[in-house]
Write a protein that binds this ligand. Structure first.
Ligand SMILES: [Zn+2]
Length: 228
């Protein structure tokens, strides 16, 4: 029987896996650069992202190759294998035996118009893959987008106000620890607004943010160190 050929999603070379071992070795995982567990314990990360509403931030890498390619393929080419790879990497590099796992996973909702265009929410797909591996449920209806104006036409302060009004959130009262899931964190504002809304309902709630990649102003790790 002739076996099908597989190509690495990133370099298109022959590979038994969706991402070949060479591309994975070349990937800058934050954990390889010494950034482990709660990233808010690192001042250079605390400075870059708004974080007043949540307790812990976990991320797999910086938003550069190959995370840019995987996220782009997932969002714009509906490549769900890319979502699975990101989720697998997150579990491999960010979750350990002693990691305090949340009671449930909360994917950040996409705007209705984007959902109608893309027909899927990438954060929900990633959350489902992580859920399968850590045996925690995904709550899809925890945050509803109420609409809101288009963000890019607004000033910075108007954007924040618009964002605060854009969501309504709710979770069951027996939930004590949650992880908000998204693909990329750029400024942290959306995650922070959502976290603050949840905490307003339940002040003792422990809130994690789990993202696959962070957009950083200054590189956190040098690429030459990544393959160590
Ligand atoms: Zn490759």
């Amino acid at each position: 029987m002739k076996l099908p050929n597989f190509a690495c999603l990133l370099c298109q070379q022959y590979s038994d896996h969706p991402v070949c071992e060479y591309c994975k070795t070349d990937t800058c995982f934050l954990a390889k650069g010494g950034y482990k567990d709660n990233l808010l314990t690192y001042p250079q990360i605390r400075r870059q992202f708004r974080h007043s509403g949540y307790d812990n931030l976990y991320a797999c890498g910086e938003y550069q190759w190959p995370f840019t390619d995987l996220v782009h393929n997932m969002k714009f080419h509906r490549c769900l294998t890319s979502a699975r790879i990101l989720a697998d990497w997150f579990v491999e590099f960010c979750i350990h035996e002693d990691t305090l796992l949340p009671d449930c996973l909360l994917p950040v909702p996409v705007h209705f118009r984007r959902f109608m265009h893309r027909r899927f929410n990438q954060a929900a797909v990633i959350a489902r893959h992580i859920s399968n591996q850590i045996d925690r449920p995904v709550y899809h209806d925890w945050a509803c987008r109420k609409g809101g104006k288009t963000q890019h036409k607004l000033s910075r302060s108007q954007r924040l106000l618009n964002l605060r009004r854009a969501f309504s959130t709710s979770i069951p009262h027996d939930v004590h620890h949650v992880a908000i899931i998204d693909d990329v964190m750029t400024t942290g504002v959306t995650a922070d607004v959502l976290a603050k809304q949840l905490r307003a309902h339940q002040p003792a709630l422990i809130i994690d943010i789990w993202v696959m990649a962070l957009t950083t102003c200054n590189p956190l790790i040098q690429r030459t160190r990544c393959a160590d």
